[in-house]
Design a protein around this ligand. Structure first.
Ligand code: HAM
Length: 415
């Protein structure tokens, strides 16, 4: 039997109901904050991620699904959403629209990861980006919106951690200090870290190798090297978060795995699961890096598979997919009447089912019961002749007489 590829997941009907519930809640929340949906291609030119996400990141060096298409172009399945959204923003001249531009997306992402709990090769992210906002107030707005996701979904025990990783100005001094710290032990780091030493030593702090993590324990912290502007920005973010009552802890170890971040970075972590559910931050240089006008921006993405797992641990969802009415019928004439009635009731916006397999009346009742239909209406020759039939409420066994007009049936079953 052909099985699904490693690191992918089938979302079966029992679970897709939960997905829809979560997606609708988040989409409504985003609308209230003024965000509009954007959908970008599943694949992009590889160069977009090399330049956008950074060619010394794990994502680009180890995890991309890259292939050559039949026209000889290097193509990559998107490993994350921000680079594609920014590309679309620039390419479609969205800078001419009122600023800031607030965009959200719900898209599949692809990373060739070591598969483990909460770490898939195909996963889904709902993300939000504010493009064209410089002030710390935008940081607070995006963090507040992220925080509300856990509130509207009733998910407790999520911790917000924040950090500032500065800008190219402060980074210059910091990288110098970091190189000095790493230098005496450089040969003890993994090969990839060694290759990152000159070009991007900050990436060494993000290495998942145990020996590199140990060597990094006393590394200098970027927070101690922030320039005046970054320092003030971070102070303002922190005091405004306190002002609006959003608790946070500062984690100076957050560097994030993507190169485009500047200034504020943040993660919402589930202590129970031991992983990050949502991550984001500022990326003030990305639009320029991708050849747009200098435009400050920020955003986040939440991993849906991780979110749903933790959501279901704390919430019970009632399956609302059961039909309101099942129309059981016997004989050719009754089948025609049932078919038309079903069609009319569905057009009136009701979930109605009927037999489409030519089953016996007994089998039809059994099926209606199994799928949890609230009511069953039975139509046979007598019912058609008298234009009167009975609707049975399945839970109580109570029967109600009705004529065969959809209006009357609707009135009864919607009470
Ligand atoms: P990220 O931290 O790489 O950020 O991913 C965001 C979230 O996606 C993670 O916190 C996690 O929940 C989920 N995720 C990531 N990788 C996997 C995986 N292999 N399996 C399952 N879930 C995963 C970004 O992608 C940025 N683009 C976020 C952002 C938007 N920053 C600014 N704007």
């Amino acid at each position: 039997m052909i099985q699904r590829p490693k690191g992918t997941k089938d979302i079966l009907p029992e679970e897709s109901y939960g997905w829809q519930y979560i997606e609708k809640k988040i989409e409504k929340l985003f609308e209230n904050y003024g965000f509009k949906e954007i959908r970008t291609p599943v694949f992009e030119h590889t160069e977009l991620f090399q330049r956008g996400v950074g060619d010394t990141t794990d994502v680009v060096q180890k995890e991309m699904y890259t292939f050559e298409d039949k026209g000889g172009r290097s193509i990559t399945l998107r490993p994350e959403g921000t680079a594609g959204v920014v590309r679309a923003y620039i390419e479609n001249g969205m800078a001419s629209k009122p600023s800031p531009t607030k965009l959200w997306y719900n898209m599949g992402m692809y990373r060739y990861e070591n598969v483990q709990k909460g770490r898939l090769r195909e996963f889904h992210q709902i993300g939000a980006e504010i493009i064209g906002a410089d002030s710390y107030l935008a940081d607070v707005e995006i963090i507040s919106m992220a925080n509300e996701i856990f509130k509207v979904l009733d998910i407790p025990n999520i911790e917000l951690t924040i950090n500032s990783i500065g800008c190219p100005v402060c980074r210059e001094n910091y990288q110098k200090a970091l190189r000095e710290f790493i230098k005496p032990n450089l040969k003890n780091y993994c090969e990839i870290c060694q290759s990152r030493y000159e070009k991007n030593p900050m990436r060494i702090l993000d290495c998942k190798e145990k020996k590199c993590k140990e060597l990094n324990i006393n590394a200098p912290r970027i927070i101690d090297y922030l320039c005046e502007e970054c320092k003030i920005h971070f102070e303002n973010v922190k005091s405004m978060l306190s002002e609006v009552g959003i608790p946070y802890t500062i984690d100076t170890n957050i560097v994030r795995g993507l190169d485009y971040y500047t200034k504020t970075v943040f993660e919402f972590i589930s202590k129970e699961e031991g992983y990050t559910i949502l991550g984001g931050g500022r990326y003030d240089g990305l639009i320029q890096e991708l050849e747009g006008q200098e435009t400050k921006a920020l955003g986040f993405a939440v991993g849906l598979e991780r979110l749903i797992e933790i959501f279901l641990k704390h919430n019970k969802l009632e399956d609302k997919t059961a039909p309101l009415l099942y129309i059981a019928n016997i004989g050719d004439e009754a089948s025609k009447v049932a078919t038309k009635l079903t069609q009319n009731l569905r057009r009136m916006g009701l979930h109605v089912e009927k037999d489409i397999q030519g089953r016996s009346i007994k089998a039809q009742f059994k099926y209606a019961d199994k799928i949890g239909s609230k009511y069953v209406l039975t139509i046979g020759e007598t019912e058609i002749k008298n234009q009167i039939a009975k609707i049975k409420e399945m839970q109580t066994g109570k029967e109600i007489e009705t004529d065969l007009t959809p209006e009357k049936i609707k009135e009864i079953i919607q009470k």
